[in-house]
Write a protein that binds this ligand. Structure first.
Ligand SMILES: *Cc1c(COP(=O)(O)O)cnc(C)c1O
Length: 459
C-alpha cells in the first residue's frame, strides 16, 4: 500500500478554494478555448500546472520579510542572502536576479558564442531559449534509461558521458561553449543525477577546458535522492552533499522558485572567475537593476535567504518527495500508468496508454488534462506532442517520444486528501476514456504555441 508520510509542518493560515460544479467547469474550459493556461485560477480546485513559485512560504519567511531593507544599494537583505549562499555553496561570487531565465540571460552570452553548442543532460526550455538567443545550439545527452518509463533506474537524469565525449570530439572542443548539468533533470521528469555522474562530467569538462555549469533549480531534491540512492551517501547531511554537487562546477544558474521556496527569485553563482562575474554583472544592471537587488525587493532577498536553508531540511525534503512518490504509487495501485520511479516535483501520467485511440496529432496528454479538469477541477498540463511547435518550414506537427500529462506538486501546499482526490479522479476519467476524441488547434503562435493556442474538440 502506498504510504503517506506525515508532514513536518502544520497549517497556520489557509487560502480558501472555490468548489465548482461540472457544468461550471465545462463552461470555463470552453471559454478558455480548451487551453488550460487560459483558465482563471479561481475556476481551478487543485492546481498542478507547475511547482514553480507556487509553494507556501513558512512563518519564518514571512517574518523575515518584515526585516527587508529596501535600500537601493548595499541593502542588509542582500548581505544576509550572500552569507547564506556562502554557507551553502562555498563559492566566491553570487548575483541575485528575478528568476531562473534572468540568470541564463546575464550569464550565457559570455559562455556561448555564435555557432557554438551547449551540451546538457537535458536543457530546460528557457535554457534552450537563452542558448539560442546567444547564437548557439542546445544539444542533449541524457542516458537512454530516461526514456524507458517502466524500468527502474535510480538516476535517470544522468548525463550519458560516453555520448558527451563523442559529441565534443564530433563538434571539436572549441565549438563547445559550455556543458550544463540540470539537477534534477526537469525535462526527463525531475529525475536525479548521481554525484558520481556529476564528477565524471566535470572531469570531462576539465579535460577539454570547457566551462561546467549547473542548472540548479532543484539542487536540494537532487541531494536528497543522492542521499537515498547512491552508495556511501546515506549517512551524510544534505548540506554536505549539496557542497559536493557544486564542488567541481564553474558557474550555476538557479530558479529560486523551486527549491529556494520563494514565489519569485533567482541566482547566478560563479566559483572564482572574477572576470566572468564582472561580465555577468554588466548585464545585470541594464536588465535586472542594481547589483545588490537584482530585480527583487529587499524583502524578497530575505525570504530567499530563509527559503534556501529551509529547502535543504531533510524532513521537509523527505515529506515533499514523499508526496510525489505517494501519488505515483497510489495511481499505480489504481491501475493508472505513470513514470516510475517518480521524480522529485511531478508525476507524469502515460496518456498514450490511457488514450490509445487518440493519435499524437490530436494531443492525448492535453486531452487527458482537459477531461480531468472537467471531471474534478484539477489542472495539469501536456508534456507531449502538444508542447512541440510545428516545423517552421513544413508546418508539420512533430510527434513526441512520450505523451504525458504532467501533474506538479507545489511545495507545502496540498494535503494527502487532495492527492487521493487526484488519484481517484484520474482513475474515474480513465474508466470512461473511450469517449475522449482529442483536439485540433484552431489558432496558434509560431513559438511556444501551447501557452496561448486555441483548440476545438473532435466530436
Ligand atoms: C524553472 C526552471 C528554469 C527557469 O526558471 P524560471 O524561474 O522559470 O525563469 C530553468 N531551468 C530549470 C531546470 C527549471 O526547472
Amino acid at each position: 500500500m502506498a504510504r503517506y508520510l506525515p508532514e513536518p509542518y502544520r497549517i497556520k493560515m489557509v487560502e480558501p478554494l472555490r468548489v465548482t460544479t461540472k457544468e461550471e467547469r465545462s463552461a470555463a474550459i470552453r471559454k478558455a478555448h480548451y487551453n488550460l493556461f487560459g483558465l482563471k485560477s479561481d475556476d481551478v480546485y487543485i492546481d498542478m500546472l507547475t511547482d514553480s513559485g507556487t509553494g507556501a512560504m513558512s512563518d519564518r519567511q514571512w517574518a523575515s520579510m518584515m526585516m527587508g531593507d529596501e535600500s537601493y544599494a548595499g541593502s542588509r537583505s542582500y548581505y544576509r542572502l550572500m552569507d547564506v549562499c556562502d554557507e551553502l555553496f562555498g563559492w566566491k561570487f553570487y548575483q541575485p536576479v528575478h528568476q531562473g531565465r534572468a540568470a541564463e540571460h546575464v550569464l550565457f552570452p559570455h559562455l556561448i558564442k555564435k555557432g557554438q553548442v551547449s551540451i546538457s543532460n537535458m536543457h530546460f526550455d528557457t535554457t534552450t531559449g537563452h542558448v539560442t538567443l546567444a547564437g548557439g545550439k542546445a544539444v542533449n545527452s541524457v542516458v537512454p534509461e530516461a526514456k524507458d518509463i517502466s524500468t527502474y533506474h535510480p538516476f535517470k537524469g544522468n548525463m550519458d558521458t560516453e555520448r558527451l565525449v563523442e559529441l565534443i570530439e564530433m563538434y571539436g572542443r572549441e565549438k563547445v561553449g559550455m556543458i550544463v548539468m540540470t539537477v534534477t533533470c526537469n525535462s526527463a521528469g525531475g529525475q536525479p543525477v548521481s554525484l558520481a555522474n556529476i564528477r565524471k562530467t566535470a572531469e570531462i569538462a576539465r579535460r577539454y577546458g570547457i566551462p561546467f555549469v549547473i542548472d540548479a533549480a532543484r539542487f536540494a531534491e537532487n541531494a536528497f535522492f543522492i542521499k537515498e540512492r547512491e552508495e556511501g551517501q546515506s549517512d551524510r547531511p544534505i548540506g554536505d552533499i549539496v557542497r559536493d554537487i557544486f564542488k567541481d562546477a564553474d558557474a550555476f544558474t538557479m530558479s529560486a522558485k523551486k527549491d529556494g521556496l520563494v514565489n519569485m527569485g533567482g541566482l547566478v553563482g560563479i566559483r572564482e572567475d572574477e572576470e566572468l562575474f564582472r561580465k555577468a554583472r554588466s548585464l545585470v544592471v541594464p536588465y535586472e537593476g542594481f547589483v545588490s537587488y537584482g530585480g527583487l525587493s529587499g524583502r524578497d532577498l530575505d525570504a530567499l535567504a530563509v527559503g534556501l536553508i529551509e529547502g535543504i531540511d531533510e524532513d521537509f525534503l523527505r515529506s515533499y518527495i514523499g508526496q510525489t512518490r505517494y501519488l505515483a504509487e497510489r495511481l499505480t495501485e489504481l491501475g493508472v500508468p505513470c513514470q516510475l520511479p517518480a521524480g522529485g516535483h511531478a508525476v507524469f501520467v502515460d496518456a498514450r496508454a490511457i488514450l490509445p485511440h487518440v493519435p499524437y496529432d490530436r494531443f492525448p496528454g492535453h486531452s487527458l488534462c482537459v477531461e480531468l479538469y472537467r471531471e474534478a477541477g484539477i489542472r495539469g498540463c501536456d508534456v507531449g506532442s502538444f508542447i512541440l511547435d510545428p516545423d517552421p518550414e513544413t508546418g508539420e506537427q512533430p510527434e513526441a517520444e512520450m505523451e504525458f500529462s504532467r501533474f506538479c506538486i507545489p511545495r507545502r501546499t496540498y494535503t494527502q486528501a487532495h492527492l487521493d482526490y487526484v488519484a481517484t479522479s484520474l482513475q474515474k476519467v480513465m474508466a470512461d476514456s473511450e469517449r475522449v476524441k482529442g483536439f485540433r488547434i484552431v489558432k496558434q503562435e509560431k513559438v511556444l504555441r501551447h501557452f496561448t493556442a486555441e483548440l476545438e474538440p473532435y466530436e
